[in-house]
Design a protein around this ligand. Structure first.
Ligand code: UDP
Ligand code: MG
Length: 308
């Protein structure tokens, strides 16, 4: 019988985990054709998450866990979970039941009967989410899809059902700066998208704040595209050209009309503008350097304190 591993990253989810386990158990009870295991990854929670996971593991032999030494982020937690997973299929699920376990049978069927390597989910709406967040998410996906030559779907969740080949491909990408939405697209494979309506988390609070999402989106761009570097050099070249034309015009004007020197305010404006532009472009280069720096150090993606 094939085995399916459910990887669940948890960060301060003491209230959500029991509900998640209960709901998921109901669903997998109706899937006797698959053997299941849970891999809970406790991402350095400061509440009782660790204790709750351990209690589950004592009660239920198919519950396994990885405890991190501190909070490493969801990306690291997903990576660790996939590494520990022994299944022929691996599913990544949030602990807050925003990823409905009822979809599991459909996902499995699509992989088995329709020949997909992976079934991913996306939310058709963003109900219950701040408007401003949806607005910027829309912009981010539009820019990202233009910049990086990988397909990224707006509203895509990390909730996906993957065959072992795809999981191994993802595990082979050992980069330190992980951006899963990009990694999933980058490895390729036949992916089916299942839409579903957005749900509120059952308990606890979201870990995302507006600024952390903004930072995350910039990291995604740096991780999956070098287009900003090209833009920076292009803008530099463009301004050189404009400056050259301007110089020609000024020389001709001085020769023909003998204009006296005038217009220092415009000069001041231009200096400020170009100083800003230069700093902006160095900033772009700096971002890539910073990422390269972290990558070169080769630090581990996560540190395990304890596992079962
Ligand atoms: N999570 C994690 N480490 C973190 C932040 C979040 O493992 O540093 C987990 C969290 O416990 C949850 C999932 O990632 O299971 C998604 O987090 P959240 O619900 O806050 O994100 P949202 O659904 O709002 O995008
Ligand atoms: Mg959530």
């Amino acid at each position: 019988m094939d085995k399916c591993s459910l990887v669940v990253p948890c960060y301060n989810e003491e209230e959500a985990i029991p509900l998640f386990y209960e709901e998921t158990e109901k669903v997998i009870l109706n899937m006797p054709y698959l053997e299941f295991e849970y891999i809970f990854v406790n991402d350095g929670s400061s509440d009782k998450t660790a204790q709750i996971i351990k209690e589950l593991a004592e009660k239920d032999g198919k519950v396994h866990y990885v405890m991190f030494s501190r909070n490493f982020g969801k990306e690291a937690a997903m990576y660790a979970g996939m590494k520990e997973a022994t299944g022929d299929y691996v599913v990544i699920m949030d602990a807050d039941l925003q990823d409905p376990p009822e979809l599991l049978p459909d996902m499995y069927n699509s992989v088995i009967n329709e020949g997909y390597d992976c079934v991913a989910t996306r939310r058709v709406d963003r109900k219950g989410e701040p408007l401003i967040r949806s607005f910027f998410a829309g912009i981010f996906y539009r820019i990202m899809n233009k910049m990086a030559r990988i397909d990224m779907v707006n509203g895509a969740r990390d909730y996906r059902f993957m065959k072992r080949v795809m999981v191994d491909a993802i595990l082979a990408m050992e980069e330190y700066n992980r951006f899963s939405k990009g990694i999933f697209g980058w490895v390729g494979f036949e992916t089916k998208w299942i839409p579903f309506e957005n749900r509120k988390r059952v308990a606890g609070k979201t870990k995302w704040k507006f600024f952390s999402l903004f930072k995350y989106s910039l990291e995604g761009m740096v991780a999956f595209s070098t287009a900003p570097l090209v833009w920076a050099s292009f803008v530099g070249l463009l301004f050189c050209f404009i400056a050259f034309i301007a110089v020609c015009i000024l020389i001709v004007r001085a020769l023909v009309f003998g204009d006296p020197v005038a217009g220092w305010p415009s000069l001041a404006c231009m200096i400020t503008f170009f100083a800003g532009l230069q700093l902006f472009c160095s900033g772009i280069i700096g971002m890539y350097m910073a990422k390269a720096y972290l990558e070169v150090k080769g630090r581990p993606i996560y540190i395990v304190k304890e596992k079962k």
